[in-house]
Ligand binder design. Structure first.
Ligand SMILES: [Zn+2]
Length: 225
């Protein structure tokens, strides 16, 4: 069964008639997207509007997609406007801004989205690992040995996605050809690394602090006895 992840509470929503409904508005309301004598007739202007309702938080997520022959270029997150996940504010704001912007334009311009994702990744490597390299390719090289081998391999292979590597050597802002799926993969990698680096470090610090606090409280109680 395919699932949809609620952008409001991250619940995995199973696709059922209780959670998902589709409507097909079009210029010609008589045709739209209807079954006619066993075949589906679609008006060239037809959109598919998909409504998801999360069974947990009850929020609606709405996506519009062009399915008619003349409107295939339409793909829009109507609610929420962006597919960006919410991340804690101890992650530096410029990094989150690049991430959110990369999410918001992924279907409008995968190239621009991928460019922002790469800038976001470079910002993360600079901020989190204190690696100051003028280009992402060099920064990734220097990251080798600092992160788990498997993780580095994935980050490094990103250089080869859409032939990014060769171009990135020259200029981080250079626009290269990339399709929405590749741009989406870059965003997923950013989300993964935000979790693996920033959130895991924060949670580890919180846990350590809590344990040390318990320990020192117990010590002082013992001393008081
Ligand atoms: Zn939800």
């Amino acid at each position: 069964m395919s699932i949809f992840r609620c952008p409001y509470c991250s619940t995995a929503i199973p696709i059922t008639p209780y959670t998902v409904q589709q409507r097909f508005p079009s210029f010609d309301s008589n045709v739209g997207h209807v079954k006619h004598l066993g075949e589906v007739k679609t008006d060239p202007s037809c959109l598919s509007i998909t409504f998801y309702q999360c069974p947990e938080c009850k929020q609606f997520s709405i996506i519009a997609e062009g399915i008619g022959t003349d409107v295939r270029d339409v793909y829009l997150n109507i609610r929420p406007l962006s597919s960006a996940k919410s991340f804690p504010d101890y992650i530096p704001a410029p990094i989150l801004e690049d991430y959110r912007e990369a999410c918001s334009i992924i279907h409008l311009s995968p190239k621009a989205s991928a460019t922002l994702s790469r800038r976001c990744l470079q910002g993360m490597i600079r901020d989190f690992w204190k690696i100051n390299e003028p280009n992402l390719s060099k920064a990734i090289e220097k990251l080798n040995g600092k992160v788990p081998a498997g993780q580095w391999k994935v980050i490094d292979s990103l250089r080869r996605i859409g032939n990014i590597g060769a171009h990135m050597e020259k200029d981080i802002n250079l626009i290269i050809d990339i399709d929405p799926d590749e741009a989406q993969k870059l965003i997923q990698l950013i989300e993964h690394l935000l979790q693996q680096w920033y959130i895991n470090r924060y949670e580890q610090e919180q846990l350590y602090e809590a344990i040390i606090h318990i320990d020192s409280t117990k010590q002082s109680i013992r001393k008081g006895e």
